[in-house]
Design a protein around this ligand. Sequence first.
Ligand SMILES: Nc1ncnc2c1ncn2[C@@H]1O[C@H](COP(=O)(O)OP(=O)(O)OP(=O)(O)O)[C@@H](O)[C@H]1O
Length: 227
Amino acid sequence: MIEIKNVSKLYNGSNALALEEMSLHLDPGEFVFLVGPSGAGKSTLIKLMFREQLPTNGKIFFNERDVAAYNQKELLEHRRKIGMVFQDYKLLKQKTVFENVAFALEVLGYSPKEIQKKVPEALEKVGLTEKANSFPRELSGGQQQRVGIARAIVKDPVLILADEPTGNLDRDNALQLMQLFEKINREGTTVVIATHAWDLVDRMQKRVVALSSGKLTRDEQGGYDHE
Ligand SMILES: Nc1ncnc2c1ncn2[C@@H]1O[C@H](COP(=O)(O)OP(=O)(O)OP(=O)(O)O)[C@@H](O)[C@H]1O
């Protein structure tokens, strides 16, 4: 699904590489944790996969297509296929839960009829049917992140990219969130999660890709650290 080949990233105005000669292959249906210390390059890798940033060197292929060669239509199509989840949820405060999730479809041009069908399905999947008419401020952090996940899955993405999705949550909520990602993955969506939550990574026993100073240092199935 995604092939990252010898990718390096140097941000404008920076003199250190955020990623250095990184290569990584993701197959459809995988569940992958990206781990590593602050500044290791996890967010950069996620931004490159979403094609929010372009590599300075190297190439990224999404379903065998070079993402740097996309035209405008292909770029929109790429982003339609990828659901993003953020640490700070990024919900619209003045919109209800339903409206927040619906908005993700409105910007993609879905019809009102499709929106009325798909939003309740997504809310049901994340267990928030009862909260459809609530505003984000009326929800707990865990519930707000579930809205974030509903917004990501409502467009039936093939890939979910989550950057530190449990960073603002307590351990119980974080674990429930990870289990929700696992359920979404079981239903066929590829999931990539950048996280510092090493205890949860240990518990989940998935593929773990570790980065340090922009380099891949480990890529294996299992817990956070086997050494
Ligand atoms: N927009 C930017 N401009 C310049 N440098 C940046 C930019 N974004 C990130 N960097 C730098 O690139 C490196 C990798 O950052 P990145 O955010 O990818 O790390 P991370 O592993 O996600 O860290 P964290 O766990 O703290 O989120 C860091 O040295 C960072 O300072």
